[in-house]
Design a protein around this ligand. Structure first.
Ligand code: ARG
Length: 591
């Protein structure tokens, strides 16, 4: 019997069929040989292809074309479509229109829209956003927040167990300045009104004062030492700063619909740090150097690959990771080591993803190497990203030269969306326009972020990102609205779980092909943590829908043809809505 082709993707069905046929040829398969299949980039050659006959023939020193022919004879595939051989031995599969129809029928009954459960579900911890309390959120936190949230949503939808953790910087040297500022500069009224901005104002003004006033600088240092020593007044101020900041941050996350399962900030691990350093010393990983305790190279890696060595003037030198400073204070690195231990022990993390600015790459390389030396078996990955640029192609700054804050960026985007709406949909009621501007504005910031390859820099161009034309969130949201508007004009909906589809037009087939690819493309997002693959997919889907909509009248058609087209519209709406929601983007019903 041929492998059932429902409940698995077409790609997987094809792979299994090729594999089965290969096994039946009783060849002497090389160790670790895996059948490879892919979507065809060029549709003239069919929908799917496999180069396995060629790869295998090469390794077995056989004629590739002859091997491909033998394979084609053995393979059971007529229910899916037609298989042909091209060139030196490519297998090309063209899916039949009847199979597309049955696939669409099945998708209509599947709440997961064809997405298969992962072969081995994992416990994944996602560490993202993580701004520093009282310091301005930098642009990197915008990227981290949006990318991290999206990866969490995708991983959950794929069937993994996910914990999101906001590892906020709620401990550290900045508190010396904040506490001194609190005691000397605080405006109580402003604090009550806009706590986060008041904290930020104090921080900035102390920071500026410290630059040319040694006395203030020392005073800040003393406040820090007192805090670290457990002084009750300073601890109370610190506590208040953290609380106030959390409330302010939560407001932004609520607005963005970004959720964290935990907020175990850096301070959460304070009690564990002495033991971490002791164990590093006891196992010989760390030792004293100039009064500090440092981790040095293990000597196991080639110097070019060793984050504990650095090349200066042609010579390799130590590049240690400090885990206890000369003054006895623990730091960011120590906390991160304790955090790995905690997540693995308490949460049974199998994978920890750090969605953090590329500039911290060395820190994470060192952290991961320390974890490896400590025998941590979880996979740790730094999901890094580039910089958001202004129109001058330099890192985005505000007019005052500060790093823009997430909240301001979002506000600007909502205002820009509102302007577009005034032009295009001025007639809508005020309240609705306001809600729409939020949906479109926030969606635009998210989509711009997620549609770029995360490691590349991109230019933040408000006008472009809220435009209805182009590869934008509003374009996708509008596509959804267009599909839904068809439903409003229908007197009666077919019952989707009983419907039998018939597809004739090329545009119907193409739309079906793209709809079926959702289940194939989504898991790839997690392979290299690339939400832009999902963004691109959704743009392809919207384009396929628009072509279909131009070529194939829905409301004016009749009978089975009409039912089939309505069904394709329904699936398009479901996949668009689901896909956008995995990017953290909402869809309006009209706009
Ligand atoms: N608070 C850090 C920063 O603002 C980011 C923390 C990232 N997470 C971590 N576990 N190190 O740069």
């Amino acid at each position: 019997m041929a492998t059932s082709s429902m409940e698995i993707t077409i790609l997987e069905a094809f792979r299994l069929r090729v594999e089965k046929a290969l096994l039946s040829l009783s060849l002497d398969l090389p160790e670790g040989f895996l059948v490879q299949v892919s979507q065809s980039a060029d549709l003239r050659f069919g929908d799917y292809q496999s180069n396995s006959a060629m790869v295998l023939a090469k390794r077995l020193k056989q004629n590739p074309r002859a091997l491909a022919e033998k394979l084609v004879e053995q393979i059971e595939i007529s229910d899916l479509g037609e298989l042909s051989i091209a060139g030196p031995g490519f297998l090309n599969l063209k899916i039949s229109s009847s199979f597309w129809a049955s696939r669409m029928q099945w998708l209509l009954t599947d709440p997961k829209l064809g997405v298969m459960a992962p072969k081995s579900p994992e416990m994944i911890v996602l560490d993202f956003s993580a701004p520093n309390v009282a310091k301005p959120m930098h642009v990197g936190h915008i990227r981290s927040t949006i990318i991290g949230d999206c990866l969490g949503r995708v991983a959950r939808f794929l069937g993994h167990e996910v914990k999101t953790d906001n590892h906020i910087g709620d401990w550290g040297t900045q508190f010396g300045m904040v506490i001194w500022g609190w005691k000397n500069l605080l405006d109580q009224e402003a604090l009550a009104e806009e706590p986060l901005s008041e904290l930020l104002r104090i921080y900035r003004s102390v920071n500026a004062k410290c630059k040319d006033d040694e006395e203030i600088k020392n005073a800040c240092r003393e406040e820090l030492v007192k805090l670290q020593g457990g002084d009750s007044e300073n601890t109370a101020i610190w506590d208040q700063c953290v609380e106030v900041s959390k409330v302010g941050l939560q407001k932004i996350y609520t607005w963005l619909e970004v959720d964290f399962d935990h907020w175990h900030g850096e301070s959460y691990y304070n009690d564990r740090l002495p033991a971490v350093v002791k164990s590093l010393e006891d196992t010989g990983q760390a030792r004293e150097s100039d009064g500090a305790i440092c981790v040095f190279t293990s000597g196991e890696l080639a110097p070019e690959k060793d984050p504990f060595q650095i090349n200066r003037d042609g010579e390799w030198r130590d590049n240690p990771m400090i885990v206890r400073k000369q003054d006895g204070a623990f730091n960011y690195a120590t906390t991160d080591i304790a955090t790995v231990d905690y997540r693995v022990e308490e949460w049974k993390a199998e994978k920890i993803l750090y969605v953090v600015d590329a500039r911290q790459s060395l820190h994470f390389q060192q952290l991961f190497d320390v974890a490896r030396r400590r025998g941590i078996s979880a996979t740790l990955e730094h999901v890094s990203f580039g910089t958001i640029l202004g129109e001058n192609r330099k890192p985005l700054k505000t007019r005052d030269g500060d790093l823009p804050q997430l909240e301001d960026v979002l506000r600007d985007a909502v205002a820009a969306a509102r302007q577009v709406l005034e032009q295009k949909s001025g007639h809508l009621p005020e309240q609705e326009k306001e809600e729409l501007a939020e949906t479109i504005g926030l969606g635009s910031v998210k989509f711009t972020e997620l549609s770029h390859h995360r490691t590349s820099d991109y230019i933040f161009d408000l006008e472009k990102m809220v435009a209805l034309e182009g590869d934008t969130a509003p374009y996708l949201q509008y596509s959804y609205v267009r599909v839904r508007s068809i439903f409003r004009k229908l007197e009666q909906l077919p019952s989707f779980d009983q419907i039998s589809l018939s597809l004739r037009e090329d545009e119907e087939i193409h739309l079906s092909r793209i709809l079926a690819r959702f289940a194939e493309d989504l898991p790839v997002v997690l392979d290299d943590y690339r939400p832009n693959l999902l963004a691109t997919y959704l743009l392809d889907l919207a384009k396929a829908f628009h072509s279909f909509f131009e070529a194939c009248p829905v409301l004016k058609s009749e009978g089975e043809v009409r039912d089939s087209r309505v069904a394709l519209c329904e699936l398009t709406a479901r996949v668009l809505k689901q896909g956008l929601s995995l990017l953290g983007i909402k869809v309006p019903e009209r706009m």
